[in-house]
Design a binder for this molecule. Sequence first.
Ligand SMILES: *Cc1c(COP(=O)(O)O)cnc(C)c1O
Length: 399
Amino acid sequence: MKKTNMGTQSIWAGEKDSLAFGATQVPVVHSVSYGYDNLDEWYDVVTGKVSAHVYGRYTNPTLDAFEEKIRILEDAEAATSFSTGMAAISNSLAALLTPGDRVVSIKDTYGGTNKIFSEYLPRQHVDVVLCETGNHEEIEKEVDKGCQVLYLETPTNPTVKITDLERMVRKAREVGAIVIVDNTFATPINQKPLHFGVDLVIHSATKFLGGHADALGGAVCGRKDLVESIFHYREVNGAVLDPMSAYFLLRGMKTLQIRIEKQQENAMKVADYLRSVDVVEDVLYPGFKDHPGHEIAKKQMNGFGSMLAFSVKGGIETVRHLIPKLKYAHRAANLGSVETVVGPARTTSHISCTEEDLAELGIPESLIRYSAGIEDADDLIADLQQAFDALPEHLYTTK
Ligand SMILES: *Cc1c(COP(=O)(O)O)cnc(C)c1O
């Protein structure tokens, strides 16, 4: 995939129309409503004849800039924003689906998404089929039976499995299904799903777009007709992004390109190092040539991302000793931040799974998700090394 001017766009895209008073930075507009002295003008605005702001649950100038920036970065016709990534996902599905519809997706979607598929959509009489992630034949077979939405996430959390977008879109076209892709892990720097014919791209802006773990937010980009109906659903549903958060996300997005480049450079070095460590059982990273999704990732991504996962000998006991010793990693249920963040899958992405569920998903109990930050790679590796060195030997030699 060819590189674009993403560094420049991360900085400049989308902001111009929201600037005011000669300010060079987008103002945070906290006003709930917008007044009109002239009744006719007001009428034209509320009836949509003239585009302007009316009420904060509908539109807001700070949110406009955020939506416009992500729209341009994703190369989309339209974009809208949400209070969180989960609000973007749940509002989109609610706006597009009706009882009797059928959704095809994969087993490894984000935990909250998985809950919507397994619990809430069935209650609305929407039939959901979850296929083995990475099993393209199975997904194609299910799509062939007919569906309204094909919902994908690639790379996945935390096992970084890859799905071939071009191939999936080709199949979905045959049955007229809308294809939705959660692009949170890749970000538009590494992957532009709309270029492969995907209809809608979803983001948890909380993660890489914001990049500083200080604001929640979500976005949906893509086909104008679909984004508009999702926006109208959000207008009444009320899951609106807070203007202050929109500002934090906008500021974060200015450095998106350089953060992603540095983070994935670090991830590759850390992944290589981890493979050389005795205590480490397995390292999952799409940048490895022997990763099952490597060739597809190479085809559809500009880089392999900064998310990796590794398992250790001695199971959860080793994890319990290892993780607290790290100096340069938050132990938290977050990812994509400038700081390195670690967490066992069983306390982060797969909190609601039983031991049997984890085994069925092929997730070892000792699997640690590692979100590489922008620190110096040498420090991250030395930090891991001192934590491994300090492990009591009986943990991993007797088991
Ligand atoms: C975190 C995350 C979400 C949910 O986003 P929130 O902003 O926490 O609601 C959705 N998808 C993926 C891949 C995520 O990592």
